[in-house]
Design a protein around this ligand. Structure first.
Ligand code: ZN
Length: 384
């Protein structure tokens, strides 16, 4: 009998969930404010300990907040299990909750900074785990929860820990926000960052124009050519997102720098286009260009393991009338890229439904809490 059909069983309490999600959202935790992120980590540690989980708090390196890892088993001798990936940082500065996106309920929506991406999803994983226990059941497999402190900047500190845990896992479930009406994520593009710097020769723009070699002109030509390599059908995009250069309107500029974001669908394209960008040469022989950077999130692709995991989740959700669908490919990266690229079956976008990630209209849909929590309960209960 499915777990949601047993008479007189404890019910998932939406109000209890909302109370806790609201408290998590109100502990604002912008990625670059480690003190704030660590206040959130304090709360996560408390909540995990209340569940009887063994908590390891790994001090953040290079100024990042701490990473919280919580296990229901002995880390040393466990069989391959379920790894749950979440993050507790947000892109929103302190004060957003009282100003530009006040924490408030309006009908089916709960607004607040980082509500949808992804405090509600992160909290839901713990609630689902506890509810399974309340039902008198245990997960088949050992479960490990990770709460990243700097996912919004690509998890530069947590990455090695994520990969070490993923290497020991049989399945990886990611509580990132659901997409487009509750869809889960089965593939994500790879993400690369590059910085291109040009160094030319300065000159007075009036009297000595012919002696100058413009770094800005060189970079402008580079940008046009690089952006023209965008191929939507192939799933490859380039975006020159930030640019600086020059010292005055009447000076031929010696320096210019551009930051380029590249997204790719396959590892092969990642390798090919990374080499193309790194090996670009200048048009003007008197201007030097230097390119640094590369892929920081490898592409996560749908394969048989991912497909089977999705089917498992879809069947479990059908029992409680949740028609689970997936979105074919998303350009946004997550920590699921790391485990997915390692070939560990990874299902992402399992968090709550809502909208407005990274905006001031961010909210979750309250009505999605119960069906999504049931999905998590069944995954914990049945994956083996
Ligand atoms: Zn996120």
């Amino acid at each position: 009998m499915p777990s949601d059909a047993i008479p007189n069983e404890p019910q998932i309490d939406t109000e209890e969930m909302l109370r806790n999600i609201t408290e998590w959202v109100e502990i604002e935790s912008p990625t670059k404010d480690a003190v704030a992120v660590n206040r959130m980590a304090d709360r996560v540690v408390t909540d995990c300990e209340d569940l009887g989980l063994a908590v390891e708090r790994i001090p953040g390196e290079k100024g990042w907040g701490d990473l919280v890892v919580a296990r229901d088993h002995d880390a040393e001798d466990a069989q391959p299990g379920i790894l749950v990936l979440t993050h507790i940082d947000t892109v929103h500065p302190i004060g957003t909750k009282d100003g530009d996106n006040q924490v408030r309920r309006e009908g089916d929506k709960l607004y607040g900074p980082g509500s949808y991406d992804m405090k509600a999803g992160a909290y839901m994983t713990l609630y689902a785990y506890r509810h399974l226990k309340r039902l008198g059941k245990e997960p088949h497999l050992p479960v490990t929860f990770m709460f990243m402190s700097e996912e919004e900047v690509g998890s530069p500190f947590s990455r090695k820990h994520i990969e070490a845990e993923a290497a020991k896992a049989k399945y990886v479930l990611v509580a990132e926000p659901a997409r487009d009406g509750g869809r889960v994520v089965v593939a994500r593009k790879g993400v690369a960052d590059f910085v291109m710097r040009a160094t030319g020769r300065p000159a007075h723009a009036g009297s000595m124009h012919q002696d100058g070699r413009s770094a800005i002109k060189e970079i402008a030509r580079q940008i046009l050519e690089i952006e023209d390599m965008t191929d939507y059908e192939r799933g490859v995009t380039f975006n020159a997102g930030m640019i600086t250069g020059g010292t005055g309107i009447n000076v031929v500029p010696r320096e210019c720098e551009v930051h380029i974001d590249m997204r790719v669908t396959t590892p092969e394209d990642g390798e090919e286009f990374t080499q193309i960008i790194l090996n670009r040469t200048s048009h003007d022989p008197d201007v030097e260009i230097e390119v640094t950077g590369g892929l920081n999130r490898p592409p996560y692709q749908m394969n048989d393991g991912v497909k089977a995991l999705f089917e498992f989740a879809r069947e479990a959700c059908a029992e409680h009338d949740l028609d689970l669908q997936y979105t074919p490919l998303t350009g946004g990266g997550s920590d699921g890229n790391y485990s997915g690229a390692m070939g560990v079956p990874t299902l992402d976008g399992m968090g709550v439904d809502g909208a407005g990630a990274h905006t001031l209209d961010e909210y979750i849909l309250i009505s999605s809490l119960v069906p999504r929590t049931k999905m998590w309960i069944k995954m914990f209960e049945r994956l083996e």
